[in-house]
Write a protein that binds this ligand. Structure first.
Ligand SMILES: [Zn+2]
Length: 369
């Protein structure tokens, strides 16, 4: 009976007794649980009594599902939930997960235990970290997803802000440029430029950067402009436009790898270029208005005179930092130009002081007021 009274009957008598209100065992008894996971068998008629004391015949009432950092879940007796939470389990699935951001802005929810692995694969914890700030050659600043930055960098943008021009646009200025380096005389030229607080632009050749990485880095550290003079001094017009652009990109990538700076301007070897190549390269092409012919004469007097006899405001002066005589000439040219009132600036500084920036795809042989 529901109150627990028992009688033993023959199997074939069961229906008869049931008609009189006798019940089978599991209709009279049930198993109940408490929040510590204990269980006992009690009479169903006492169930409300037990419920009042915190027991239940529904095991789920006494358990809480918790979530682990690896995505697994566990049913924990209610009394042990606090301990389990302190041990690193979570009340909700969301707490066991972290939202990560891809370099292209995609969002991904991963289990907390997977976060480290994703961070090493180019995911970021915050949208801010998945962004990077890039700068146009004329100093405009833009925040883009890291995945988008590449395309801009190929167009002459940089991850480092361009040197702010301190040039006075109303005073004469010239841009000294050095091609074909870095080389063994680059340091001597840098010593001189540093001594007089002068700036210059170095159009470097990609395949020399490994051997002369120290000189390249020093060019960057001393605030000189580093420009691209191709990977191996190839005449770019012998290549199709996309091969020429790749040659330039390869060189710029190498400079960037070594200095963190990305060249913003190109000096085409032999001054040889065309509109298709300029446009594919997406950078200003810088020619010259004073050709010192230093590579030919290898004579310091001759180089000095080539500059000092013709120099005008806005000139771009062509020299090569791979000749000893050029380094000797620079030691006289720099103070002489300053003496005559010229500001010695980088090509991009002159572009920003005089034109508000240089235009990608255009060619410049001077930047006049
Ligand atoms: Zn050259």
């Amino acid at each position: 009976m529901p109150d627990g009274r028992e009688i033993a009957v023959r199997s074939d008598d069961v229906p008869r007794w049931q008609d009189k209100g006798w019940l089978q065992w599991d209709q009279v008894y049930t198993v109940i649980y408490n929040s510590q996971g204990e269980n006992r068998e009690v009479l169903r008629i006492d169930l409300d009594l037990w419920r009042g004391q915190g027991w239940s015949d529904n095991i789920a009432d006494m358990q809480t599902t918790l979530f682990a950092d690896d995505g697994s879940r566990a049913a924990v007796w209610n009394d042990y939930v606090e301990d389990s939470l302190a041990g690193g389990l979570h009340l909700t699935e969301a707490e066991a997960q972290t939202l990560l951001y891809g370099a292209d802005g995609t969002e991904m929810t991963v289990w907390n235990a997977e976060v480290e692995a994703y961070l090493t694969q180019g995911f970021y914890r915050t949208p801010e970290e998945a962004h990077t700030v890039i700068y146009s050659p004329d100093g405009a600043e833009m925040t883009v997803w890291r995945a988008e930055a590449e395309a801009y960098l190929a167009q002459g943008w940089s991850e480092t802000p361009p040197a702010r021009s301190t040039a006075d646009p109303n005073r004469p200025m010239v841009a000294l440029t050095f091609d074909d380096g870095p080389g063994p005389y680059t340091d001597k030229i840098l010593n001189c430029l540093e001594k007089y607080g002068a700036k210059a632009t170095f159009y470097v050749v990609g395949n020399r950067l490994g051997t002369y990485s120290k000189q390249l880095k020093r060019e960057a550290e001393t605030g000189m402009e580093i420009g691209c003079h191709s990977w191996s001094h190839t005449q770019l017009t012998t290549l199709n436009a996309s091969a020429a652009a790749n040659d330039i990109k390869r060189t710029n990538d190498r400079v960037n790898e070594l200095t963190g700076i990305r060249p913003a301007t190109v000096r085409p070897p032999y001054g040889s270029h065309n509109a298709a190549i300029r446009s594919a390269a997406g950078a200003p092409f810088i020619l010259w208005s004073v050709d010192t012919l230093d590579w030919k004469t290898r004579n310091a007097d001759s180089t000095y005179n080539a500059v000092m006899n013709s120099v005008k405001d806005g000139d771009i002066i062509l020299m090569h930092d791979i000749h000893s005589a050029t380094a000797d000439a620079v030691e006289r040219i720099v103070p002489a130009l300053i003496e005559r009132g010229f500001q010695l600036v980088t090509v991009s500084e002159m572009g920003s002081a005089r034109k508000g920036g240089l235009t990608a795809g255009s060619a410049y042989s001077s930047i006049r007021p």
